[in-house]
Design a protein around this ligand. Structure first.
Ligand SMILES: NC(=O)c1ccc[n+]([C@@H]2O[C@H](COP(=O)([O-])OP(=O)(O)OC[C@H]3O[C@@H](n4cnc5c(N)ncnc54)[C@H](O)[C@@H]3O)[C@@H](O)[C@H]2O)c1
Ligand SMILES: O=c1ccn([C@@H]2O[C@H](COP(=O)(O)OP(=O)(O)O[C@H]3O[C@H](CO)[C@@H](O)[C@H](O)[C@H]3O)[C@@H](O)[C@H]2O)c(=O)[nH]1
Length: 436
């Protein structure tokens, strides 16, 4: 099948690359000339484990092409994916200017029947808006389908190629048959394609992200209570996660959720509720708790230094919003850097992948170490922001040699309490007893 993907960012590149792998002819379109030039030369523009070999193979075989020209890119495409940004607008609701702008352009150049697919995360009612925009100019028949994407950064290829489910919202039998054919190689592995109406499909995406954010937030609040009550949240997590009605995943407490999706999508669903005059109380709580949780360790760091961080050097391990990505959008590390700087501390950071992105955002306000141990050289304390695997099994003696004070503030519960005690560290983590 010939398909086009408009927007070649994270989701667009994964979508285009994976669909070329299942034998389709894919053209990815982006307005960013530098991005398209780089992709044409074979230089991948995102860090995503496992994507590069598939990208290389299909590009070389001519199944994966790139262009900045929308009309050329969608020529003869049976399916046109919109994988465009939907950032929060000024009031927190999803900004549809990219989607509707492209829909307007498509209407002007479309010269054959095609299924236009909203792959971006868009509020309920968007498929109708996209339809109206295209219809204003289109001289041919077309359908608009909602097909939200559920991939996670870092495991995006796996999530795309073996989806738990594929959700397709459409009221057109013609579009349904095309989507069924396109997804057949992926859903054949036993994972269902769930057809529904457009509005329910749009709502499903926000429901999934908000539910997961709620699960994490619940555990963060449980962790805070466990600390006060002398319980261990890790035990509680295991105790409830084994109940299949609750499930083991997304129960890990920490310093809040971040990334390009949960924060904006919980906020946008809240805005949708407001539009319909519905007071969705739990969403408000999720956002409030998460804001506080991100900087939860800061008061403990201050207390350790008797309230004064001026002149103290704090080392940060981990900057990305989660491991296996260089993405720092809404990363808790950025909020902690800000809080530490505001309190007068010096900050030295290390992350295996996200250093360049942080340099662009934070510049010279912090010092950049070339490895995890260099970050500790003469530092007064260590804070852990991201659970990269190399931080899980460090050389503790090397750490003790370099750190001025043997103290760790761990936002990701990386270490066993007995082991860290045996190593002689003072250790603060989330929802567990402090080791002194
Ligand atoms: N990143 C994720 O993990 C993820 C997962 C599921 C869903 N989503 C959703 O998918 C959508 C896209 O997210 P993303 O992370 O891929 O965004 P992104 O910012 O990485 O990529 C968007 C791309 O669109 C391009 N673009 C902007 N205007 C354009 C135009 N007029 N024509 C062509 N290209 C244009 C940009 O240059 C950019 O390359 C969002 O709605 C997001 O919520 C993201
Ligand atoms: O038990 C957990 C699991 C996750 N997190 C945090 O939650 C955030 C989001 O993690 P994750 O969901 O793995 O990352 P994303 O790549 O943002 O993926 C989410 O957002 C995407 C964009 O909408 C969706 O497609 C995915 O299904 C959804 O998981 C990160 O800050 C994690 O540190 C926790 O604190 N505890």
């Amino acid at each position: 099948m010939k398909i086009a993907v408009v927007g070649t960012g994270y989701v667009g590149l994964v979508t285009g690359t994976c669909f070329s792998e299942t034998g389709n002819e894919v053209t990815c379109i982006d307005i960013d000339q530098a991005k398209v030039d780089s992709l044409k030369k074979g230089k991948i523009t995102i860090y995503e484990p496992g994507l590069e070999p598939i990208f290389d193979r299909n590009r070389k075989d001519g199944r994966l092409k790139f262009t900045t020209d929308l009309a050329e890119g969608i020529k003869e495409a049976e399916v046109i994916f919109l994988a465009l940004p939907t950032p929060p607008g000024e009031d927190g609701s999803a900004d549809l200017k990219y989607i509707l702008g492209v829909a307007d352009q498509i209407g002007k150049v479309l010269d054959h029947y095609a299924v236009i697919v909203d792959k971006s995360t868009v509020p309920v009612g968007t498929a109708e808006k996209v339809h109206a925009k295209i219809a204003a100019n289109a001289k041919v028949e077309f359908d608009v389908v909602s097909n939200p994407e559920f991939l996670r950064e870092g495991v995006a290829v796996e999530d795309f190629m073996k989806p738990d489910r594929v959700v397709v919202g459409t009221s057109s039998d013609r579009a349904k048959a095309i989507m069924e054919r396109l997804y057949a190689p992926l859903v054949r592995q036993g994972n269902p394609i769930i057809f529904m109406d457009e509005r329910s499909a749009e709502m499903t995406k926000y429901a999934a992200n908000s539910f997961l954010a709620m699960k994490i937030t619940f555990m963060n609040e449980m962790a805070n209570l466990c600390e006060l009550a002398g319980a261990n949240v890790d035990n509680v997590r295991k105790g409830i996660g084994t109940d299949s009605r609750i499930g083991k995943r997304f129960l890990f407490p920490g310093i809040g959720y971040g990334g390009s999706c949960f924060p904006k999508d919980v906020q946008a669903l809240g805005k949708t509720a407001q539009e319909f005059n519905y007071d969705f109380k739990i969403l408000k709580s999720i956002m409030l708790v998460n804001e506080k949780q991100k900087v939860k360790l800061i008061p403990q760091v201050k207390e350790y230094f008797n309230g004064d961080l001026k002149g103290k050097t704090i080392a940060l391990w981990g900057l990305a919003f989660k491991p296996y990505t260089d993405d720092i959008r809404e990363a808790p590390s950025l909020y902690n850097i800000k809080a530490l700087k505001r309190a007068g501390a010096k900050v030295v950071v290390f992350d295996p992948e996200a250093m360049n992105n942080v340099k662009k955002e934070v510049g010279k306000k912090v010092k950049y170490a070339s490895n995890m141990y260099e970050a500790l050289e003469g530092a007064d304390a260590l804070m852990i922001m991201t659970e990269w695997p190399e931080f899980r099994t460090p050389d503790f003696s090397k750490m003790k040699d370099k750190l001025k004070n043997k103290v760790i503030f761990d936002g990701r519960n990386l270490y066993d309490l007995h082991e860290i005690k045996a190593q002689g560290f003072e250790y603060y983590s989330i929802g567990r007893e402090t080791v002194k």
